[in-house]
Ligand binder design. Structure first.
Ligand code: FEO
Length: 174
């Protein structure tokens, strides 16, 4: 049985994941505006993945007799100075998500709710992968540079990470 405190924390995590999904949607749109269709594909896939993270928690809450709440979603950043700034923002967002995941996980441990603690370890792993992924992307972008053909190659680099499904750190490392 889920405590009220954990139910609230998990619902907050639903909201955090929904915001992540919308943030990537905005990034995908901005990339399309720049003609970076490969990068847009990557961010659309990220957005879909974040929605699946949101739904997984949503379903978990109801499965343990809590009440999952559809979240209010604040509009994310929709304009960016450039691709480097946008990816830096994506990484910063992921770091905030990680902090939030750790909070829920710690709370579950304090309450000795090992089912919820165990459930949250999927998100702990996921966040490690995503931080690795965005650090990798940032390094590649800085290596390629944004001058001349730079944006074209960055676009190709991000498209290659999509590979027909949601990107993962493992793909980034290959
Ligand atoms: Fe599911 Fe990357 O937060």
């Amino acid at each position: 049985m889920l405590s009220k405190t954990l139910e609230k924390a998990l619902n907050e995590q639903v909201s955090v994941e929904a915001h992540a999904s919308y943030a990537y949607l905005a990034m995908a749109s901005w990339c399309e505006q720049q003609g970076m269709t490969g990068a847009a594909k990557f961010f659309f896939a990220q957005s879909t993945e974040e929605r699946s993270h949101m739904l997984k928690i949503f379903n978990y809450i109801n499965s343990v007799k809590g009440h999952a709440l559809a979240p209010a979603v604040k509009q994310p950043s929709v304009k960016f100075k450039g691709i480097v700034e946008m990816v830096k923002e994506a990484l910063a967002n992921e770091q905030k998500v990680t902090a939030s995941v750790y909070k829920v996980s710690e709370l579950a441990q304090d309450e000795k709710d090992y089912a919820t603690y165990n459930f949250m370890q999927y998100y702990v792993d996921e966040q490690r992968e995503e931080e690795v992924l965005f650090n990798h992307i940032l390094e590649r972008i800085e290596l390629i540079g944004t001058e001349g053909m730079g944006k074209y190659y960055i676009d190709k680099e991000l498209e290659a990470l999509t590979g027909g499904s949601a990107p993962t750190a493992e793909k980034a490392a290959n």
